[in-house]
Design a protein around this ligand. Structure first.
Ligand SMILES: Nc1nc2c(c(=O)[nH]1)N[C@H]1C(S)=C(S)[C@@H](COP(=O)(O)OP(=O)(O)OC[C@H]3O[C@@H](n4cnc5c(N)ncnc54)[C@H](O)[C@@H]3O)O[C@H]1N2
Ligand code: MOO
Length: 402
């Protein structure tokens, strides 16, 4: 994409990978906020998270038994209380009961596992394996896992349950995460109905449940969802009134007489950055930049095409806005040959059959049936692909349950 003196040259029928990179490049990072761990699941870390603790916080025992000093048999003194520092150092000939995780007192020279010792008349005797000596092998040394200041999780990490657990273990109550970008959705089309069984010639809106879920799956927050007819002034009013970080529209991207979208973009002063994509389905996808830098993504009205358009321009932009680290794209082994299709990258719902990816049926751009029965979307290169080849697949945001 070229840029000169603030002008943006649109990528016309842009290559799939170029378009995704361009969408990332146009997105501006959102601000960050401090969020309690309980509410931070799914959010993206804004800064490196450093440990506030040494873990373990002291030398502790990994086994139940006794802390002992010097040679046995040992005189058994009072038990070490878990969660409290030991009352004092051990002296040779002494032993004290100790539970897993408790601090090993100074002067300890061996930990005797419960099953390796017997107490008779106040004396602890070693009954462990013949030839084995009691040792300090069961000590977990202070800081063996973490030291204060260690980077526990790098900035850009999406916080899954194990990341939240590691944040807690390293002493954090709250974490600095990026604010979820707000995505408004304008679903256009005179024929699109919100509820009920559609009359002939009308169609039930299947896009808004799909794209609001995918928005959440991408770590963003669905904002206003508005159904709007093919009505230019109304479209302009809604584009102008939205305060969202990203406005997504659906429908009206092709060249039909009722398709006012490009005109509306012009009226609000938006500059086209992506003007259709060389992908099938999803070709008539647009990405425009509003005068204040916010993005408007215009996706085709055909539902599967809208999913692909979202993955082409919205998802990469949201990833950049939340600062999410780019993960290596997942891949699948192909179970069939895919013919070359020189004009465009194809994105195909697939199901795993005997461990290999096979395109599903019902996968034309107006259909969701194939996607709903799929394990994901394959990205098929223009030159085609052979059975056994590994192909990139797209993150299944449409499976997000949050
Ligand atoms: N002359 C041409 N016609 C078309 C072209 C073209 O290049 N030249 N491209 C085709 C392709 S490819 C696609 S994809 C569609 C894109 O159409 P639009 O973005 O203009 O969308 P609409 O015409 O409004 O709707 C298309 C189709 O999808 C149905 N629809 C719309 N919204 C919803 C919704 N919320 N839920 C479910 N279904 C929806 C709508 O009723 C239409 O059937 O253009 C082709 N035409
Ligand atoms: O490319 Mo459209 O998005 O196929 O139907």
């Amino acid at each position: 994409m070229g840029r000169g003196r603030g002008a943006v040259t649109a990528l016309v029928r842009g290559d799939w990978h170029d378009v995704r990179a361009a969408a990332r490049g146009l997105a501006k990072p959102v601000a960050s906020e401090l969020v309690d761990l309980a509410g931070a699941g799914g959010r993206v870390l804004a800064d490196d998270l450093r440990s506030l603790v040494d873990l373990p916080s002291a030398d502790v025992t990994a086994m139940d038994g006794w802390a002992a000093a010097g040679d046995g048999p040992w005189t058994v003194l009072d038990r070490i209380v878990n969660g409290r520092p030991p009352s004092g150092p051990m002296r040779p000939g002494e032993a004290r009961g100790i539970g897993t995780g408790a601090v090993v007192p100074e002067g300890t020279t061996a930990l005797v596992r419960r099953e390796h010792g017997t107490v008779r008349d106040g004396l602890l005797h070693w009954t462990g394996p013949h030839g084995e000596q009691p040792s300090l092998g069961d000590v977990r040394p202070r800081g063996e896992e973490l030291r204060v200041g260690d980077i526990v999780l790098p900035a850009g990490t999406p916080l899954d349950p194990v990341c939240l657990a590691v944040s807690a273990a390293s002493g954090h109550d709250a974490v600095q995460v990026s604010r979820p970008p707000v995505v408004d959705l304008l679903v256009t089309g005179d024929e699109v109905v919100r509820r009920g069984v559609p009359a002939p010639g009308t169609i039930r809106d299947s896009i808004s449940p799909l794209l609001t879920g995918m928005t959440r799956g991408a770590g963003a927050a669905p904002g206003q969802v508005t159904l709007v007819g093919d009505d230019l002034p109304e479209l302009v009013r809604l584009l102008r009134s939205s305060a969202a970080d990203v406005v997504v529209t659906t429908g009206g991207t092709a060249v039909g007489e009722a398709d006012h979208l490009r005109e509306a973009l012009g009226i609000v002063g938006a500059t086209l950055a992506v003007d259709t994509v060389a992908v099938r389905p999803g070709g008539p996808t647009l990405l425009a930049v509003l005068p204040d830098g916010r993005l408007v993504a215009c996706l085709p009205g055909n539902p599967l095409a809208a999913v692909v358009g979202f993955l082409a321009v919205v998802h990469p932009a949201l990833q950049e806005m939340t600062g999410r680290r780019a993960a290596a794209p997942p891949s699948e082994v192909l179970g069939v040959d895919l013919d070359p299709f020189p004009r465009a990258t194809r994105v195909l719902p697939f199901a795993r059959v005997d461990g290999a990816a096979v395109p599903t049926g019902w996968s034309s751009s107006s259909m969701l049936r194939g996607l709903s029965a799929s394990d994901g979307l394959l990205v098929a290169p223009r030159e085609g692909a052979r059975t056994g080849q590994s192909l990139e697949v797209l993150e299944p945001l449409w499976r997000a349950t949050t």
